[in-house]
Design a protein around this ligand. Structure first.
Ligand code: PRP
Ligand code: URA
Length: 209
């Protein structure tokens, strides 16, 4: 699937392995999410446009590249996507931040939206959606539907762990959106959790279990 980009960096692999370990505590888990996000974000932003700007160094006048266009928007899917915001703001300190609230029904695993607030002028911004987990794909598909409804056209998604089922469903529904995946896992289990996965990402980031 040409819109899906898989990470292949030893640091990302190592840090995701540490995230998976059940003995990794909340504090370390949060730090790892942030570090993996910075490493993935560096890859995901490698095609950002630049323009030439005249500046002065202490030595001379020179024309040098700066990022072009409106500030990007980072849009976490609540809750777990919030854990990736700090990492993205390390790379893009002036980015705007939108929020999409979504939870999965425990019985049928369908996403339920409960909140949405996105930055203005979405159509002119790069929009980066963050969610550490892509399981059935339902949450990310619905989030991107909503962003497109509100004008978003240049959208990238970042998921730290994805299932083959989720990647397939997402890229069929949104073939125009680039999806960056830290690790492609084996499958979903009967409760639609990713295997081997890392459990419930929201609970591990916020210490709610
Ligand atoms: C998790 C995760 C994704 C979603 C993925 O959120 O952060 O948003 O599940 O599953 P899907 O691909 O099958 O839709 P959850 O619903 O557990 O909410 P939480 O982050 O508030 O815990
Ligand atoms: N959401 C999670 O947090 N983990 C999974 O494995 C699936 C959905």
């Amino acid at each position: 699937m040409s819109n899906v980009i898989y990470m292949d960096h030893p640091l990302i692999k190592h840090k995701i392995t540490m995230m998976r370990m059940k003995q990794t505590n909340t504090k370390d888990f949060r730090t790892l999410v942030e570090e993996v996000t910075v490493l993935m974000g560096y890859e995901a932003l490698s095609d950002m446009k630049t323009r030439e700007e005249r500046i002065q160094t202490p030595i001379e006048d020179t024309v040098q590249p700066v990022l072009d266009g409106l500030d990007p928007a980072v849009v976490p899917i609540l809750r777990a996507g919030l854990g990736m915001v700090g990492g993205m703001l390390t790379l893009l300190p002036s980015a705007k931040v939108g929020h999409i609230g979504m939870y999965r029904d425990e019985e049928n695993h369908l996403p339920h939206p409960y909140y949405c607030k996105l930055p203005p002028r979405l159509k002119d911004r790069l929009v980066i959606v963050t969610d550490p987990m892509l399981a059935t794909g339902g949450s990310l598909i619905d989030a991107v539907d909503e962003i497109k409804k509100q004008g978003g056209r240049n959208i990238k998604c970042m998921c730290i762990i994805a299932s083959p089922e989720g990647v397939k469903a997402f890229s069929e529904k949104h073939p125009d959106v680039q999806l960056y995946v830290g690790s492609l896992d084996r499958c979903l289990n009967k409760d639609c959790y990713i295997c081997p996965g890392l459990g419930d990402a929201g609970d591990r980031i916020f210490g709610t279990k």
